[in-house]
Design a protein around this ligand. Structure first.
Ligand code: 48H
Length: 275
């Protein structure tokens, strides 16, 4: 007579503990999400207002888009308003975007409006993800994919890995277009120019650097400076002004919203051109 382990351990249906179920759900879902984003139409670096608005419009246009932000809470400089007075100002020209995103605003003076900055940031993030953009927080973009004279993706690592200075190699996300929405530091544009010795689409061919405060001119030029600065690489928001050498504008955010929308339109055209 053969001896079976079942003689001693009768088969019982395996009931997953609640702890395992929760862990398995998160791991399965997260890795599916990450695998699904290994090839994108648009990789957005930086979840400030311009990057989030770009993500919203690109997703709404049906493109596959993911946004990477190094912080736990994307939103960039919008949460804090000005000096932590948590309100922001937007101007009339940006009102259609504010309305499309469903934000609550109140009129102030001379064609300006006030929005609670926490409401605005949360609202942008909600609408972008609802439209289908995927946000990866705690991801730092440390480099780009650079092939045949074109930016073709981003190189990502966990922010804590970089903060700890751990020698751990990154992963790569391939993308038809990349947006540098990293704010004042314009990190991606700097990296592309420095590491590959290439000329950017700016007056000097390099990253010119941000100027001091001129709110009206800073707002105007943010839109103008939102462009493709190297094949496959676009800039928005403060990074656009940093790269092209224009003014800062303080806590007026209409320019950031309009820059994000323009970036999405330019990237959408480029994506369609590659299809
Ligand atoms: C992943 C990164 C990396 C990286 C940075 O600065 P932001 O809010 O971006 P903008 O340009 O959309 O908005 C600017 C606005 O907030 C502002 O600062 C204004 C209007 N200032 C005017 C003035 O006079 O001071 O956000 C950039 C985001 C942040 O969330 C960073 O964490 C993130 O980019 N980021 N994420 N990889 N390498 N670098």
């Amino acid at each position: 007579m053969t001896c079976s382990p079942f003689d001693f351990h009768p088969v019982r249906p395996m009931i997953e503990s609640m702890e395992t179920l929760v862990s398995r759900g998160i791991i399965e879902s997260y890795f599916n999400k990450l695998q699904d984003c290994l090839e994108l139409d648009a990789a957005i670096v930086g979840g400030g207002p311009s990057g989030i608005v770009a993500a919203y419009y690109l997703a709404k246009a049906g493109h596959k888009v993911a946004l990477f932000d190094r912080k736990l809470s994307p939103g960039g400089g919008m949460w804090g308003g000005a000096m932590m007075f948590n309100d922001i100002v937007v101007q009339e020209e940006a009102l259609p975007i504010v309305q499309e995103l469903g934000l609550t605003y109140k009129p102030y003076r001379e064609g300006t409006y006030i929005i609670d900055s926490v409401h605005a940031t949360a609202g942008l993030l909600y609408k972008a993800t609802q439209a289908g953009a995927v946000i990866f927080n705690c991801y730092s973009v440390e480099d780009v994919v650079y092939k045949q004279g074109r930016v073709g993706g981003v190189v990502v690592n966990w922010t804590p890995v970089l903060r700890e200075g751990l020698h751990v190699d990154p992963l790569t996300i391939i993308s038809r277009t990349v947006l540098d929405g990293t704010g004042h530091d314009c990190e991606i544009a700097k990296t592309v120019a420095r590491k590959n010795g290439v000329r950017l689409n700016t007056a000097t061919g390099g990253v010119i650097g941000e100027m001091s405060m001129d709110a009206a001119e800073g707002e105007r030029s943010t839109i103008e400076n939102t462009k493709e600065i190297y094949p496959g690489l676009f800039v928005s928001g403060m990074a656009a002004n940093g790269v092209s050498g224009s003014f800062r504008m303080g806590p007026i955010f209409g320019g950031m919203l309009m820059s994000g929308k323009k970036a999405a339109e330019l990237m959408s055209q480029a994506i369609r051109g590659q299809a």
